[in-house]
Ligand binder design. Structure first.
Ligand code: NAG
Length: 292
């Protein structure tokens, strides 16, 4: 006789199998979610769509973009960066609209000589104007394992997170005349390229091509956002099975504010809002308000 307990156990097992399938679906599949932008055979999708690698050699880097365009959302990507000597290389994960007066929200990883730390560079463009750089060190080695980098973009603010720890918040301060990206849909872009004219130690350290090809890995791309309907100015349904809408109003709670203070005190290495020689006429207006 089949006991009630064993029926319940098999029922729970089935539920957990379905749940893990749904989770896998949420994590996305690179075959369905992205298109290559450049680099020919340097772009590779592996493991049935779960892993994507980009490589860079002397002839070219490589890159891809999301198929969908989004007007607000939460975008997560796991990256594993180039181990060893990555000087001169730049790896990116960013959002951008197209055309003149574009909007953009950037994560850029600037490589370094062996044993020297990567720099995580962030910037925001609104209606074509950037100049809002903040740079960070990481509190771990980003080349030995995957870490999650996230952009939350809603109508009130932009939040940059690393392993769910907030690094940077850019609030919508249109009320005091600061442009904020909110009218142009953006795609997700990722790339690996050579920038040894500026990336490492201000361009002094060049790419060592004897180490080429350089390779970075991406996995678990998740875009939980408002997908733009082609040919329409509105955006339609959210595309994720994981219909978590928290990003629409996400801000920082007390724990988030503590964490961002910790990151900014210990790991921020450049902030345009404190760069006095750069702004002799005074800091941009958004630098004056409360930080978080
Ligand atoms: C590379 O390492 C040097 C020395 O530790 C450091 O000054 C620099 O900020 C690092 N990052 C880049 C991108 O140059």
């Amino acid at each position: 006789m089949v006991s009630l307990a064993s029926i319940r156990a098999s029922f729970l097992l089935q539920i957990s199998i379905i749940a893990s399938l749904l989770l896998a679906a949420c994590a996305g599949n690179f075959y369905q979610d992205v298109d290559q932008t450049f680099g020919n055979e340097r772009f590779k999708i592996l493991e049935g769509g779960q892993l994507l690698t980009l490589s860079l050699d002397k002839l070219s880097g490589s890159g891809f973009q999301s198929r969908n365009e989004y007007l607000f959302g939460r975008f997560d990507m796991q990256l594993k960066l180039i181990p060893g000597n990555s000087a001169g290389t730049v790896t990116t994960f960013y959002l951008s609209s197209q055309g003149a007066g574009h909007d953009e929200i950037d994560f850029e990883f600037l490589g370094n000589s062996s044993g020297q730390p990567y720099t995580l560079h962030t910037n925001i463009y609104a209606q074509g104007k950037g100049d809002k750089e903040q740079r960070f060190r990481l509190w771990f080695d980003p080349t030995t394992s995957f870490h999650t980098y996230s952009i939350v973009w809603n109508s009130q603010r932009i939040i940059f997170l690393v392993d769910n720890i907030p690094l940077r918040v850019f609030n919508n301060q249109e009320s005091i005349g600061v442009p904020f990206p909110k009218n142009q849909a953006m795609r997700v872009y990722c790339s690996l390229w050579n920038a040894d004219d500026w990336a490492t130690q201000g361009g002094r350290v060049k790419t060592d091509w004897t180490n080429a090809p350089f390779t970075v890995s991406y996995r678990n791309f998740n875009a939980n956002g408002c997908v733009k309907v082609p040919g329409s100015s509105t955006c339609g349904s959210t595309n994720s099975l994981n219909n978590d809408q928290a990003w629409q109003t996400q801000g920082l709670d007390a724990k988030g504010r503590n964490r961002i203070r910790w990151v900014q005190q210990k790991f921020m290495i450049y902030n345009y809002c404190t760069d006095v020689p750069r702004f002799p006429q005074g800091f941009p207006s958004e630098c004056k308000g409360s930080r978080f």
